[in-house]
Design a protein around this ligand. Sequence first.
Ligand code: SF4
Ligand code: MG
Length: 469
Amino acid sequence: MSGIFGCIDTKGKLDEVAKTAYYGIFSLQHRGQESAGIAINDRGAFIVHKGNGLVTDVFDDITLSALEGCAAVGHARGGSPKDSGNDAIQPIHIKSRVGNIALVVDSVIHNENSLRDELKNVGAIFQTNTDSEIILSLFSRNRVRTETCEEAIAKTCEEIKGVYAMTFMTEDKIIGVRDPFGLRPLVLGKKDDMYILSSESCALDALDAEFIRDVDPGEIVSISKDGVKSTYFGGCNGNHKDGKVCVFEYVYVARPDSVIDNMNVFESRVRVGRRLAKEQPCDCDIVIGAPDSGNPAAIGYAEGMGVPYGAGLLKNRYVGRTFIKSTQQQRELAVRMKFSVLKTAVSGKRVCIVDDSLVRGTTTKHIITFLRENGAKEVHLRLASPPVRFPCCYGVNASKGEELPASFMSVDDICKMIGADSLGYISLESLKASLEGISCGVCSACFDGNFIAGLPEENDDSVHEVKYQ
Ligand code: SF4
Ligand code: MG
């Protein structure tokens, strides 16, 4: 999972682009906290600055003021163990026969091993284990044989199997691509002479830019000084409703102030909460949200139940990501550092916590114990998504099958395991119904096992692996 961003000043102005890219990826930080980077096109020369850590760790005033250019792509990446090491941090920049190219992707490529093997057999070299390098290698090979970048991208996309949103930067364009399923979000926006591509619309709002539209499934949007052009590949023709965006974007991933495929994320979460109240009511005195992603659904649930919504659980925003949590005791301590209970709000009360989802359940278990220790008389749990029964092979939720209690335990057993007085999940039907007005379909494979974009290839015997210190 990651956040991708691109911007281009169509009048070739140099002064705003670096700052725009910086604030763009800063607004997408929730999509990935492992590494960050920006590549900028300074009159044809590409400069890349990237590193491990949060956007604010990687960039400071000095690095940012040294970046100047008329176009940029930026990236905030979530962790993937196979892709560690500085070379694997995006943007990836290459100098091909057709010039400089930089790429940012939010992707999972299912045939990566066979593609890499094929490319190596014709002499390609690889510095990393990343998808992006395979995509760039395919693209530069295709670009030599095609008239335009867009044709080379279309050809590349026909060769890769998987899900992605990506933005290429060439010496005179930025080009946004959304896979034929539209599984990953991508939007187009504009501010003055600057066009913007972003994983989510929250970055446009942060930049005071105008939202133009969602990129369609299977669309290639290319932006140069001549404006915006669009082409399609993979049998797509701009029929947005055929798309299948990841339903977890609405459940958990996206920032609540984003609008994805015509659906306001915050409002969809509140609506799910209201339906959850109808489907899974609970005798309680107070409804609290599991911070922070459970809060909108908790608001809807409290409203639906006619019970007060209150802050009972607070999240410490300053907890770093570096906790070593190897023992049970350390994990408990980590939860105590991360969350605090407002004792006066929960003491002596029947508390209902609403959370967006229950994946492994370990944190939830600690939170429930913690609420009881602070005097909660009863603790009920309601979930704004159905049981997560299948591991996602599209890169959103990394848990394996055996780590997903709902894949092998009954609701009652899960309820006992986490120590709640009662447990209720919303049905998939109601979750989907809460997205009424969305301009496309959804992937809901982690709930129903219907993997619309296929499964990873079985060929895991590729010998390619770059080892890092
Ligand atoms: Fe999203 Fe679940 Fe589909 Fe993965 S399987 S893309 S998390 S809906
Ligand atoms: Mg959570």
